[in-house]
Design a protein around this ligand. Structure first.
Ligand SMILES: Cc1ncc(COP(=O)(O)O)c(C=O)c1O
Length: 475
């Protein structure tokens, strides 16, 4: 264990780029060639082999020029928690498999609910990630809608914004709602749900005899980091009598920010909230939770098995978490957050998140002032969506292809890793800044690299026909 720790620490310390640029074609044969029937019987030899098939080419989120997805470098107390929880291997389904672990998770749920501003009836459970938390929330919302309105699944609707996360559609599918169940209402220029569009959709559903089982607001959209106007949305939900779920998978870091907590105002009026500690609390994957304002609704996911959690256990007040969870055997992920809070405290975590949000604001100013790029919105969190604009009035396809090429060429060089997305049908590049060690110089350097790759595509690689269709996108 000590040797492996030293090896990984050394790798991370020495990494001069976030990625080796390896292709699947080059790595696949090396992994395929390993004979799993013939063990090495030696830890050091297995680690040497691992160096070759994984550690050498892994994508290192700790590197300051990893700017791609919603992945964070991790804090050391959480790593300590990870080692302890795996070694002890508690399972957080029942008291007789976890003892104090159950109580520690409960304290953290209580603490998070307090940060959200929920009252004493709140409850929740740790989950594997935002996708599961959103599914769980919508399951509870569906059961509540059924209990209140007795609606059949095909008449149920979930309203979110066009910038909401795709796990909402996935959840609706899994919950047996029809193909039209999720309605995405329009966003404003800052990519926040338009309350007027929500009001119109609520009204349309009511007139059509449809039951809105949930409105899903997003506090930190995946692409833009935008935060839907929670107070207005909460008021509309209250008037319409619908369940409000806030997907704060990304924005939950604001719960511990001393400077930006106000951006989440209104979250306390939600019925349920998703938080992903593995996004903005610098925790290793996985660490997420679903919180509900009224803990009684968690009963919708409860089932009893004589061998595991018979009813008499609950009647005798023996605490268990399996009655609240979609999972049975479940990792003690809460321990990572516990040790983080006990060693560093919430303010220190919030300060790390504030730092990356500050850096994103400075990066926005940098890109907005740079004529080589156009930028979409100014994120209240830590994303930046932008694109390279070839200087002499490029064709639409040429600009798209140049940006796609730049992203791939950059990843293949391993110098930096950035993400991409489409906005209104056009290809854009995306930074998600979650590493406090990323400096503005790193950002400027990556912008130069991207501009270089994109312009090389325009000058040397694009098929000649691409240059013909000239439309001035600079306007
Ligand atoms: C807003 C939002 N919700 C939910 C999720 C899903 O979270 P997870 O990847 O932890 O399942 C994501 C992931 O990026 C997200 O950005």
């Amino acid at each position: 264990m000590a040797a492996a720790t030293e090896r990984v620490a050394d790798r991370i310390r020495r990494a001069d780029r976030p990625f080796s640029g390896v292709s699947p074609e080059r790595l696949a044969p090396e992994i395929a060639a390993i004979d799993l029937e013939r063990p090495l019987h030696d830890h050091a030899a297995a680690l040497d082999e691992l160096e070759r098939v994984y550690l050498r080419d892994a994508v290192y989120f700790h590197h300051p020029r990893y700017l791609a997805h919603l992945n964070c470098p991790v804090v050391i107390p959480a790593l300590l928690g990870e080692a302890v929880l795996s070694a002890v291997n508690s399972s957080l389904d029942t008291w007789d498999q976890s003892a104090g672990g159950t109580l520690i998770e409960r304290r953290l749920i209580e603490w998070t609910a307090g940060r959200i501003g929920f009252g004493p009836a709140a409850d929740g459970v740790f989950t594997s990630g935002g996708t599961q938390s959103n599914l769980h929330a919508l399951l509870l919302a569906r059961e509540e809608a059924h209990a209140i309105a007795g609606a059949v699944p095909s008449r149920l609707r979930v309203i979110t914004s066009e910038a909401g996360h795709f796990s909402v559609r996935k959840a609706a599918n899994l919950l047996g709602l029809g193909p039209d169940a999720v309605v995405a209402v329009e966003t404003d220029g800052e990519r926040r749900m338009r309350p007027a569009a929500l009001a119109r959709e609520l009204d349309r559903c009511r007139r059509a005899g449809l039951v809105v089982m949930a409105v899903v607001a997003t506090a930190g959209t995946t692409d833009f980091g935008s935060i839907d106007p929670l107070p207005e949305i909460a008021s509309l939900c209250r008037s319409a009598g619908g369940w409000l779920h806030v997907d704060a998978a990304y924005g939950c870091g604001l719960l511990v920010s001393r400077r930006r907590r106000h951006l989440l105002a209104g979250i306390e009026r939600a019925d349920s909230v998703t938080v992903d500690f593995h996004k903005s609390f610098f925790q290793p994957v996985s660490s997420s939770a679903l919180l509900v304002r009224d803990g009684a609704v968690l009963r919708h996911a409860a089932h009893h098995a004589d061998y595991l959690n018979p009813r008499w256990m609950a009647e005798r007040g023996i605490p268990n978490q399996v009655d609240k969870s979609l999972q049975t055997t479940r990792r003690f992920d809460a321990l990572k957050l516990w040790l983080t809070l006990r060693v560093m405290g919430p303010d220190a975590v919030g300060e790390l998140f504030d730092e990356v949000v500050d850096r994103a604001a400075a990066s926005y100013a940098l890109v907005a002032a740079d004529p080589r790029f156009e930028v979409v919105t100014r994120s209240p969190l830590s994303t930046l969506v932008f694109r390279y604009l070839p200087p002499d009035g490029p064709g639409r396809k040429l600009a798209d292809d140049a940006n796609l090429y730049a992203r791939e060429a950059l990843a293949a060089s391993g110098e930096a890793v950035v993400a991409g997305t489409t906005v209104d049908g056009r290809h854009y590049l995306k930074f998600t800044l979650l590493n406090p060690e990323t400096t503005l110089d790193d950002v400027a350097h990556v912008l130069d690299l991207l501009a270089g790759h994109a312009q090389r595509y325009v000058d040397d690689l694009a098929p000649v026909a691409d240059h013909s269709e000239v439309t001035h996108v600079h306007s």
